[in-house]
Design a protein around this ligand. Structure first.
Ligand SMILES: Nc1ncnc2c1ncn2[C@@H]1O[C@H](COP(=O)(O)OP(=O)(O)O)[C@@H](O)[C@H]1O
Ligand SMILES: [Mg+2]
Length: 252
């Protein structure tokens, strides 16, 4: 399988504190790759590096869009990375609760900047089709006209995934998408992502191990800013060092 993203020898320092040290990870195209590990391991920082919100002290991140030349993401502007096809969903939902589900989608169409501009914008039929298709993907097609504020917590997260898909990304990154969700919502999120990966690779930072088992093609365990283990979920969870530090069975 070909890589869609390569992280090579990434290091990050915050005032002398090593948040990430020599992290190298290869993410395969059309896969769900989970970054797991205890709090403070550096998972969110790694997503910040990929989308260039944070600058590394060393190392390089390369994106391989299908049929195009490889793009070095390190050093690029954040919005250019989004335009190149790498989307990011943050930990906290950021939908506009007073706008309809549909208008939230219009807001995330490529090239749209302001809320007012988007409300008065007449979308093209191709854009409307794309919005419908993305909402159907996440099971919100019947909620188009409802205010986003009336959606359940899980549905808001799915709306944000649909908003990302609208940009036509080749890779999306989700930071703890199942946080605050019940079991049924979490499972449905997994089903949505399993569908999404046919069109787009997915990086997921996650704590919920049942969810990771459900969705991950591959998992990388981070601990104190370093890669501790990588492989299938079963492989990494049966790794003794991982069990010691992550599952709290012994260790130092
Ligand atoms: N902007 C920052 N300045 C200083 N320290 C930070 C900053 N961002 C993260 N850190 C530290 O880096 C470590 C990794 O954080 P983070 O990537 O958020 O971990 P995780 O997402 O795995 O819980 C933590 O110790 C955190 O306090
Ligand atoms: Mg985090």
């Amino acid at each position: 399988m070909a890589a869609v993203l390569k992280i090579e020898h990434i290091g990050v320092e915050f005032d002398g504190f090593h948040a990430l040290t020599d992290v190298s990870i290869s993410v395969e195209r059309n896969s769900i790759h989970c970054f797991i590990g205890p709090n403070g391991a550096g998972k969110t920082t790694l997503l910040d590096i990929i989308c260039a919100k944070t600058k590394p002290t060393g190392g390089i991140v390369t994106f391989y869009p299908l049929g195009k030349e490889a793009i070095t993401l390190t050093g690029m502007k954040e919005h250019r990375i989004v335009n190149a096809g790498v989307g990011r969903k943050f930990q906290v939902p950021s939908v506009f609760v007073n706008l309809s589900v549909y208008d939230n989608m219009v807001l995330s169409l490529k090239g749209h900047k302001g809320v007012l501009e988007s409300i008065f914008y007449r979308s093209t039929s191709a854009e409307r089709d794309a919005i419908d298709a993305a909402l159907t993907r996440v099971g919100l097609e019947t909620r188009k006209d409802d205010k986003a504020g009336t959606l359940a917590h899980g549905q808001k997260q799915w709306l944000e995934i649909a908003m990302q898909l609208l940009q036509g990304p080749e890779l999306i990154m989700l930071d703890e998408p199942a946080a605050g969700m019940g079991e049924a919502e979490t499972f449905k999120t997994g089903e949505i992502l399993a569908e999404v990966k046919s069109a787009c690779s997915v990086i997921v930072v996650e704590h919920d191990m049942a969810f990771v088992k459900q969705i991950a093609d591959r998992a990388t365990v981070l601990h104190e800013g370093k890669v501790l283990a990588e492989g299938s979920v079963d492989e990494v969870l049966s790794n003794e060092t991982v069990q010691a530090v992550y599952l709290g069975r012994g260790g130092e």
